[in-house]
Design a protein around this ligand. Structure first.
Ligand code: GDP
Length: 498
């Protein structure tokens, strides 16, 4: 998710042009200094229109992506945030960092904010932005000192937004020593003042650090909430007789209720919900679950053949697929078909080599050789971890849950745009995109993770046609080597920037 920050003109210009953040007209990540990696990424807008817009002319919100360390923001220009009486040329600006929702949604959602006890000087639009904010940066004029509107806004923020993270930026504190004194004046507003200078950039790093620390704690809270709520859906897929039902039984016990009657005609998957040893909730989607031995005998061998359709339905409903193979048979043609589906559907996957007890004379090298064989035959799932199990001996059965959980988490993982662009730049510097006969060369402007489930990366390039398949594969491989994502497929999309 992104954090949206509506900012006032001055701070916004500073964010985009100061020495503490590096701007890049073409959205290319640059680095300067050793303190931190700073990237500004202009996905939708060019800096020209943002830095040089004239006061009073651009009053609509302008959204620009920005990054601070590993946090991603939308820098949003709310234009005139506060209307101050004409006698005062400089007012206080309330800035907001918000999550999700476009400007329309923001405006729509809280049209009535003003009605709810809002100081008259705060414009509705700004109030809406503040309302939706995750954190608020309250900007005051350090040279003018505390004025009545500052006190008004401070009171409003404390009353109405006490549940939000509010940071007080005291602007125009150019001199470090005097700046501290200027800032100290503002303690009376009830927030910790941070001296900043929009002109020189001093203090803005601390300000962003402060805000980002808060966002990190929010993310951690979100993660915890999600972990508690989340139920991992695992589809147990594989040829008949590889041991899918046995694995399910070993995991949840023989007593589980079989709900669907078996007629040989309806053989849809059934789901079993249970809590794993670590307290995590699982939903097992078992395509063979309704087959009981007696029923199988009655249904005959026809129903034994692999139903790709049925498997597909189960795969679609899952987060992670456990592709079960019989250790003795190893990978077969049918497994290959299933593997292709799993990859195509963008599902996380683990390969379960069951009946490991039937492999004679195992030694420390057995799994190494076996893995080579599996990898060779199932190249499409080269990223999938392998678990060797024996359902009849209960060997490593719970390992399935552990590995599937990891794979499921990787499928939802986001990596920061800063790190991503660093890795991509590294890939390009190690191997340049090819030059065409006409002298044209592919150029990657920047890359961003557009989605999860599965992780999807969009590469904005000068011309996607200048990136041949082998180069794309190379970047794909480099990305995996450096940022991982074990257990899940990833997608790389190449977009020409016109
Ligand atoms: P499914 O069709 O994939 O659900 O397979 P089942 O769970 O019905 O198992 C098919 C046969 O393989 C049964 O006779 C099981 O007892 C046997 N089986 C399952 N898992 C194992 C295992 O880990 N080791 C051995 N030796 N036999 C197993």
């Amino acid at each position: 998710w992104t954090h949206k920050i509506p900012v006032n003109d001055e701070l916004r210009s500073q964010l985009l042009s100061s020495s503490s953040l590096i701007k890049s007209p073409e959205g290319k990540a640059e680095t300067k200094g050793t303190r931190r990696q700073k990237v500004l990424d202009f996905e939708q807008q060019r800096n020209v229109s943002i830095v040089h817009d004239e006061p009073g002319v651009t009053r609509d919100r302008v959204y620009t992506r920005a990054f601070w360390e590993d946090k991603e923001f939308m820098v949003v220009d709310t234009g005139g945030v506060v209307s101050v009486p004409s006698s005062e040329s400089q007012g206080s600006d309330a800035l907001a960092i918000t999550r999700g929702g476009g400007p329309v949604a923001v405006a729509q959602a809280l049209k009535d904010a003003a009605a709810a006890g809002l100081p008259a000087l705060i414009e509705r639009q700004a109030a809406s932005a503040v309302e939706e904010a995750l954190a608020i940066i309250f900007v005051v004029d350090g040279q003018a000192g505390v004025n009545a509107s500052d006190l008004d806004i401070a009171e409003w923020l404390r009353k109405k937004h006490s549940n939000k993270f509010i940071t007080l930026a005291v602007n125009k504190c150019e001199s470090p020593v005097k700046g501290l004194l200027q800032a100290a004046d503002f303690w009376c507003l009830g927030f910790t003042p941070i001296p900043v200078s929009a002109i020189s950039g001093t203090g803005t790093g601390d300000l962003l650090d402060d805000v980002c620390a808060h966002l990190t704690s929010l993310e951690m809270r979100d993660d915890l909430d999600n972990k508690e709520k989340e139920r991992l859906a695992i589809a147990i897929i594989g040829k008949p007789n590889v041991g899918k039902s046995s694995i399910l039984n070993a995991l949840v016990g023989e007593e589980r209720t079989i709900v669907s009657p078996v007629s040989g005609t309806t053989r849809d998957a059934i789901d079993t919900e249970f809590t794993g040893p670590n307290g995590k909730l699982f939903q097992l989607i078992d395509t063979a679950g309704i087959r009981r031995r007696a029923a199988v005998a009655a249904a005959g061998s026809k129903t034994e053949s692999l139903s790709v359709n049925r498997a597909l339905q189960a795969i679609r409903r899952s987060d992670v697929v456990a592709l079960v193979i019989d250790a003795m048979d190893c990978v077969t043609e049918q497994d290959y078909k299933l593997a292709e589906i799993i990859e195509k559907e963008g599902k996380a996957c683990i390969i379960v080599v069951n009946k490991w007890d039937t492999i004679p004379d195992k030694n420390s090298k057995t799994t190494v050789y076996y893995e080579d064989d599996v990898r060779e035959k199932l190249r499409v799932l080269y990223w999938a971890p392998i678990v060797y199990t024996s359902a009849t001996n209960n060997q490593r059965i719970y390992r399935i849950l552990e590995v599937a959980t990891n794979a499921g988490e990787e499928r939802c993982k986001r990596i920061s745009t800063a790190i991503l662009n660093q890795v991509v730049q590294e890939a390009v510097s190690l191997r340049q995109p090819p030059t065409t006969r006409g002298g044209k060369k592919g150029r990657i402007y920047y890359c961003t993770q557009a989605a999860i489930r599965p992780p999807t990366f969009v590469f904005f390039v000068n011309d996607a046609k200048l990136f041949p398949e082998d180069y794309r594969k190379y970047v794909h491989k480099h990305l995996r080597q450096n940022v991982g994502f074990p257990g899940t497929p990833i997608r790389l999309l190449w977009r020409s920037k016109t």
